[in-house]
Ligand binder design. Structure first.
Ligand code: F6R
Length: 366
């Protein structure tokens, strides 16, 4: 079932253009340049009532939630809180009237996420599930359902399920935005055009990723590395760091780029690899000054940026370029070379890529 691939993870990484197309299919109305999500069964009146949103999820799905928060707030101005599901229940969350709780889970069977859904429902919140498995516990217990169509994910490290969750969040944010009138038509149409281009962009990019293997072999010799970025780049950094840790067993941490100098900069030594995400060009100058800070301490900086970003080429030791899209859509493109980086680093270290030590695909204990 690996279809000639050595590992499920690589197969699943390469399936992402297809997963994007399937998750988008039938959900964009070309005539009205709007989103239709009939299977979610949440009508415009429900949407207009929403005053607060809380998103709960674990691990990689939580990292999708981090992106979800950012884009929903940017497109709708509705305040969004995010919680790691295992923390939500015990912090006595404030669930007011007209709170929508969104649970994100690839498997739909994660015990902590289910417990968070039950807590939210007890408090009277409406619950929307974003999941990849039809008929899963999360799907059954939620009031509303937004499916991702990534197809079965076998590798323990989540790749196509994560990016399909991002697509689901773009659709949802646009849908809420059009229902409450928080975005003008031109901005929406522009974003829709770019979303529709993502599958082809990812497909083209996947054919030109030979540079990643050599970077992976370089970092495979280190014990620690850092991912830095600002705004959405920080959310990409978190997911890239988790992916690398779980399959290569190299320790890494993700930091908001401006935060390193408040303590962790002390860990940078001669040669320490730092992966600097720089797709968010409104903060590019700031990110570049953070790159200079780490380089001055000896770091070896690998940048990730949109094609044509020449400033980064000057500031970093090398740059991974990804196809240009809207800044809000960057996570759906920029994570992909970093998934491959984790994959090749794990291979270089001789690890079992699809079944990393200590981990299970579906975590059904709290
Ligand atoms: C990491 C990974 C895990 C899962 C987490 C939640 O690659 O796969 O962090 O994302 O266990 O699982 P789901 O989404 O099934 O609830």
């Amino acid at each position: 079932e690996k279809n000639g691939y050595d590992h499920f993870m690589l197969k699943e990484i390469e399936e992402q253009p297809r997963a994007y197309r399937d998750t988008l299919r039938g959900r964009i109305d070309e005539d009205s340049q709007s989103i239709t999500l009939p299977d979610m069964m949440m009508n415009p009146e429900h949407i207009r009532e929403i005053k607060h949103i809380q998103i709960v999820a674990c691990g990689t799905a939580y990292h999708a939630a981090c992106v979800g928060k950012s884009i929903i707030e940017r497109m709708t101005r509705i305040p969004v809180e995010i919680d790691v599901a295992s923390e939500y229940r015990y912090r006595q969350p404030i669930i007011q009237e007209h709170t929508l709780v969104i649970a994100v889970s690839q498997s739909g069977e994660t015990a902590d996420t289910l417990a968070a859904i039950r807590e939210a429902k007890l408090s009277g919140a409406r619950v929307l599930a974003i999941t990849n498995v039809v008929g899963s516990s999360v799907a059954r217990e939620a009031d509303h359902l937004l499916m991702t169509w990534a197809g079965p994910e076998i590798a323990v490290a989540s790749t196509k399920a994560y990016t399909s969750q991002l697509i689901a969040f773009y659709l949802l944010a646009l849908y809420i935005g059009q229902s409450i009138g928080s975005m003008d038509l031109a901005a929406r149409a522009q974003l829709l055009t770019q979303i529709k281009e993502l599958p082809d962009q990812v497909q083209n990019m996947l054919g030109h990723m030979t540079q990643i293997e050599q970077i992976a072999e370089h970092i495979a010799g280190y014990h620690d590395l850092y991912f830095i970025g600002r705004g959405l780049d920080y959310t990409i950094a978190m997911e890239a760091s988790l992916k690398l840790k779980e399959i290569s067993y190299i320790h890494s941490e993700a930091y908001p780029a401006g935060e390193l100098k408040h303590g962790s900069l002390a860990l940078i030594e001669d040669g320490t690899p730092v992966i600097a995400l720089a797709t968010q060009e409104v903060v590019l100058e700031k990110t570049i000054s953070n790159i200079r800070e780490v380089k001055a301490r000896g770091a070896y900086v690998i940048g990730v940026a949109f094609e044509g970003n020449m400033e980064l080429a000057q500031a970093a030791d090398e740059v991974i370029y990804v196809p240009r899209t809207d800044a809000l859509l960057a996570p759906a493109i920029a994570i992909i070379p970093l998934q491959l980086l984790a994959y090749y680093a794990a291979l270089a270290r001789g690890n079992d890529v699809d079944k990393p030590r200590n981990l299970a695909k579906s975590v059904t204990v709290e």
